[in-house]
Ligand binder design. Structure first.
Ligand code: ADP
Ligand code: CDP
Length: 250
């Protein structure tokens, strides 16, 4: 009689062979257990550049799931998990939490969701974030949204944010800016070499910023006869022709 119980070897097989987007990294297969073809967009930019604000609008209009690495880490502190104290101290100091912790939270959130389109906000924040995410999930991002904003404007926004965050004070803000320039900009540079970065002028009004983002997401809603990949490539090309070729200003 057939039974629902899997043998150990069947379970091993499932974990190592049913994987997202396929490829093994350095010969080690990804351990992600979902078999869905997930589409991921990374949303990067300095603290206070408006990432979360725009992610909410993209979710409303294009049906993505918003995963904020910072929000997931803050929820972990609240949950009373053993890592909570360490995470709290890192955030207070504006430091980047070890990638295994953050990747595990992102992975769990993606596996628990039934959606297949994710905006991953505030991640990868350094090379370690990027490499571990890639090796664990096997996911290559569709593209990167990079919010370009001068520090003076980000500082003004953060000091007015009023969300009671332990890191929105001038001392920690300065540390976060330094970490952003030293650790996060190199990740943007890395993706720039494969033409995946779409720089957004984040100094404009919320609605104007969204207008400049919108064409990059249209292809997720209506796929032309050329197919989704071609439509996305064309949208990225047009975005760059329209005066936003990547030139990091920090
Ligand atoms: N385009 C904008 N112009 C002015 N203020 C903005 C703009 N976008 C966001 N803000 C405000 O700036 C603060 C930081 O925005 P937020 O989306 O939380 O940034 P991030 O997620 O990049 O840290 C918030 O108080 C938000 O309301
Ligand atoms: N990938 C990430 C994202 C956030 N964080 C931590 O969470 C803090 C807040 O990040 P956030 O993305 O919520 O906020 P912003 O700094 O973008 O405003 C960072 O300064 C880091 O201490 C992290 O360690 N690793």
């Amino acid at each position: 009689m057939a039974t629902a119980t899997k043998t150990v070897s069947e379970e091993e097989e499932e974990v190592t062979t049913v994987k997202v987007n396929g490829s093994a990294v350095n010969g080690v297969p990804p351990v992600f257990t979902s078999s869905r073809e997930l589409k991921v967009v990374f949303v990067l930019g300095g603290p206070g550049s408006g990432k979360g604000t725009q992610c909410s609008k993209i979710v409303e209009t294009f049906g993505f799931v918003h995963l904020s690495a910072g929000d997931l880490l803050r929820a972990e502190i609240k949950s009373g998990n053993e890592n909570g104290n360490m995470i709290q101290n890192m955030i207070k100091e504006g430091k980047i939490v070890p990638a295994e912790v953050t990747v595990k939270l992102l992975q769990k959130a993606m596996e628990e969701s039934e959606n297949d389109k994710f905006l991953i906000d505030g991640f990868p924040r350094n090379e370690e974030n990027r490499a571990i995410f890639e090796s664990v999930t096997g996911i290559e991002p569709q593209f990167i949204l990079f919010f370009d904003c001068p520090e003076q404007e980000m500082e003004r926004r953060l000091l007015g944010r009023n969300q009671g965050r332990v890191d929105d004070n001038i001392e920690t803000i300065r540390k976060r800016f330094k970490v952003f320039v030293e650790s996060s900009i190199p990740v943007v540079d890395y993706y720039e070499t494969s033409g995946k970065v779409n720089k957004i002028d984040a100094t404009k009004s919320v609605d104007k910023v969204f207008d400049s983002i919108r064409p990059l997401f249209d292809c997720f809603n209506h796929v032309s006869s050329n197919g989704y990949e071609e439509e996305l490539t064309e949208a990225i090309k047009q975005h760059n022709i329209n005066g936003s070729a990547v030139a990091i200003t920090n």
